[in-house]
Design a protein around this ligand. Structure first.
Ligand code: GDP
Ligand code: IMO
Ligand code: MG
Length: 424
């Protein structure tokens, strides 16, 4: 029987997806990225050693498992080769047996990165993107001008396609943004050479997955609130970050997904612009940021911090069909005296328990319940009593189990509360 588990961020990203993916990899066969690109930064700590992954799946530290970058991902060849080189220097074994890349992934070229950066710099209403070319690459995919990885292998064909992709961008670069860019010939040469280095990893993922007795983990990037359709538009990324994205972004979808785990930070953070209801009244945001080391794993930007937001979580659970939550970073709350949880909003004269797509998050007033802090997390394998009460409140309010509790960054700092369906 094939089985599968999805790791999906339930907030605005950086919830600890990398840690949970790495932990579960020992129990699965494939770890599959299905959307996003190297805008992601997934951190794993093992015995004091830190690894940050961007486009390479967080299964890669388990060398006997197969990590897959599937066709829904936008792929920057230059960044990928640098990521591989960095991991190899750190002693990670990466080869075409343990890493497979779909030849149908869309390519992020230099032109996409330049356009992303130029637009951000010129915009009066900045989204605060990672400037990795994610949005422009997805635009070209949807408008049918984009390059796929398989196109990098034939130089003549590559040049023709790149000219098509560049035609309108050149006008923007020369006349609107006034920026520098590589010539078509330079870009063709560079993409062709990088394509040759990547070629050994390229596969047709539709024929890759073995259907019998295999378990797949789908590793989401970003989070539901950054989903291009369900998120806080326009302050979102350009992919389907929720459950739905798995079905269009991967070719390994034989069954329903047995576990959809919503990875949830015990408070809320956000990088980049956009509304954030529980940020403004969070008198402890500086402490959360300092103790939680809340700096972006990709851009190094300071993450904005606020309290846990249950109306948004109820919405994320609905949108992404979570079967359980993994609650992370509970240890950070030990540094706070009075912990607040937003249980509902006041909005247009009404009490709102579940956020919804059209709600104006700038106009909601969060209502809070206060908790006494817990000074410890896990003692002799059991959760501290006050922490247990905090988690039970969240479970009861959201009507969902918390299957795992992370109480520190290390792989070993994970407490299990409820068994996952893939193990039953
Ligand atoms: P991701 O993008 O969802 O994989 O998350 P990031 O790696 O961007 O950010 C999560 C940060 O929190 C990383 O620095 C992790 O090492 C760290 N982290 C994960 N879980 C825990 C936890 O339970 N406690 C603490 N203190 N840090 C954690
Ligand atoms: P992981 O997988 C947090 C945010 C950016 C910006 C918006 C659009 O590590 O959780 P983009 O470059 O995607 O066009 O930027 O999305 N963003 C993330 N925020 N974690 C991430 O990934 C993010 N990836 C993109 O900050 O607000
Ligand atoms: Mg991250």
């Amino acid at each position: 029987m094939t089985k599968s588990v999805a790791i999906i961020g339930s907030q605005w990203g950086d919830e600890g997806k990398g840690k949970i993916t790495d932990f579960l990899t020992k129990d699965v066969d494939y770890v599959v990225r299905f959307q996003g690109g190297n805008n992601a930064g997934h951190t794993i700590w093992i015995d004091g050693k830190k690894t940050v992954l961007h486009v390479i799946p967080s299964g890669i530290l388990n060398k006997d498992k197969i990590s897959v970058i599937d066709h829904g991902v936008v792929f920057d060849p230059d960044n990928f080769l640098k990521e591989v080189a960095g991991l190899e220097r750190a002693g990670v074994d990466i080869n075409p047996r343990n890493l497979k890349i779909s030849n149908e992934c869309s390519v992020i070229t230099s032109y996409h990165k330049i356009l992303d950066g130029a637009r951000e710099d010129a915009s009066a209403n900045k989204i605060g993107t990672t400037k990795k070319g994610i949005g422009p690459a997805y635009e070209d995919r949807v408008s049918r001008k984009g390059l796929k990885l398989k196109h990098l292998l034939n130089k003549e064909n590559l040049k023709k396609k790149l000219e098509g992709l560049f035609f309108e961008k050149k006008i923007l670069f020369d006349n609107v943004y006034h920026c520098e860019y590589p010539s078509i010939d330079e870009e063709v040469q560079s993409l062709f050479e990088m394509g040759n280095s990547i070629a050994p990893f390229l596969v047709d993922t539709f024929s890759l997955y073995d259907k019998d007795d295999k378990i797949t983990l789908f590793e989401g990037a970003q989070g539901v609130l950054l989903d291009k359709d369900f998120g806080s538009y326009p302050f979102v990324t350009s992919s389907s970050t929720s459950y739905a994205g798995i079905f269009s972004g991967s070719s390994n979808t034989h069954n329903i997904i047995d576990d959809v785990i919503g990875i949830t930070k015990a408070y809320t953070t956000r990088v980049g612009s956009g509304p954030f209801p529980t940020e403004s009244e969070c008198e402890d945001s500086v402490t959360l940021g300092r103790v939680g080391h809340e700096f972006g794993a990709t851009t190094g930007r300071k993450r904005r911090c606020g309290w846990l937001d249950l109306p948004l979580l109820r919405y994320a659970i609905k949108v992404s069909r979570f079967t359980s939550l993994a609650l992370t970073k509970v240890d950070v709350l030990c540094a706070i005296d009075k912990i607040k949880v937003c249980y509902a909003y006041e909005y247009e004269g009404q009490i709102i328990e579940t956020a919804f797509a059209g709600i104006d998050l700038e106009k909601v007033k969060p209502l809070y319940k206060e908790f006494d802090s817990f000074k410890d997390t896990v003692v002799n394998g059991s959760l501290d009593q006050k922490l247990e009460e905090y988690i039970s409140y969240i479970e009861q309010q959201l009507n969902i189990n918390v299957s795992m509790v992370a109480f520190g960054p290390d792989r070993s700092q994970l407490h299990h509360r409820h068994a996952l369906n893939i193990f039953q």
